[in-house]
Write a protein that binds this ligand. Structure first.
Ligand SMILES: Nc1ccn([C@@H]2O[C@H](COP(=O)(O)OP(=O)(O)OP(=O)(O)O)[C@@H](O)[C@H]2O)c(=O)n1
Ligand SMILES: C[C@](O)(CO)[C@H](O)COP(=O)(O)O
Length: 251
């Protein structure tokens, strides 16, 4: 819904959580989003992280197609804020497809959309709120990001285990590691998905697809605890962060 001079822009905000991945890099087991973290499925942490923001009125979970009933049961049986609505839809073969299916399920009255990986269960609410605020302030696409600790090399990719020639060393001070939730004006995100090639042409995040429209994307500060659980060691770190939070909160 586009704003008109007679109709002020609404800021009704939803979060889409793509959670339909397998978690191949994490190793064998249940789909990654359904694996436990501190005794609770990672997905539930991610849902709580989005619903913790008072701005978020609806959370759309994009579930593994064969796991829709299981995810609906998880949503029904875990304590979640009642001011927020929850919807579960089946996902697709790629992250891009899953996000597109989530965006396609949004009701008409949503004008601001957060896209948040289920694999980033511990993002603090202040980061979520900062992204929402930047979109509400007028940015069409917002990403939380952090400066890098490592130097980054561009290489000519070779076969696994082979030597790879270095092509360039980008100036580290200009690079950022991008996290989620990424926040968007709803129409801009929907257009990016509608116009993207089915394989995304190498876009590994939604903001990358928006950039291809020629729409500016802005960065706000990310947070160390918004890291993505990708490999086994990430899960060890996530358990430690959660244990520290619980100790600090006294439960
Ligand atoms: N077909 C897919 C693939 C990924 N995702 C989601 O996109 C997010 C980021 O993806 P990633 O961390 O790569 O998760 P997986 O695809 O599960 O991991 P892997 O690549 O190791 O299999 C995750 O929340 C994942 O569930 C999705 O909804 N649908
Ligand atoms: C969207 C993302 O989390 C931003 O850093 C990242 O690009 C997802 O990559 P993945 O390979 O799908 O985990």
């Amino acid at each position: 819904m586009s704003p008109t001079p007679d109709r002020p822009r609404s800021f009704r905000t939803a979060a889409v959580i793509p959670a339909a991945g397998r978690g191949v890099r994490l190793g064998p087991g249940a789909p990654k989003a359904l694996r436990g973290l501190g005794g609770t499925p990672m997905l539930i942490h991610a849902v709580r992280a989005m619903a913790a923001s008072r701005a978020v009125r609806l959370v759309v979970v994009v579930a593994p197609p064969e796991g829709v009933t299981e995810v609906k049961n998880l949503i029904d049986t875990h304590a979640l804020p009642e001011r927020t609505d929850y919807l579960v839809v089946p996902g697709g073969a790629t992250r891009q497809e899953s996000v597109g299916l989530g965006v396609g399920a949004l009701p008409d009255d949503i004008s601001v959309v957060l896209v948040h990986d289920a694999a980033r269960p511990l993002v603090p609410v202040d980061t979520v709120d900062a992204v929402v605020e930047a979109v509400r302030d007028g940015a069409l696409a917002v990403v939380p990001a952090l400066p890098l600790a490592d130097t980054v090399k561009e290489v000519e990719p070779g076969a696994k285990g082979e030597q790879e020639p270095v092509v360039a060393t980008p100036e580290r001070a200009r690079l950022r590691a991008v996290q989620t939730p990424q926040g968007f004006d709803r129409d801009t995100l929907a257009r990016a998905h509608a116009e993207a090639a089915p394989d995304g042409e190498g876009a590994t995040d939604d903001a990358g697809m928006v950039e291809r429209l020629g729409v500016p994307v802005v960065v706000v500060p990310g947070h160390e605890e918004a890291f993505k659980v990708t490999r086994p060691l990430d899960l060890v770190l996530a358990e430690a962060v959660l244990a520290r939070r619980r100790a600090n909160d006294g439960f």
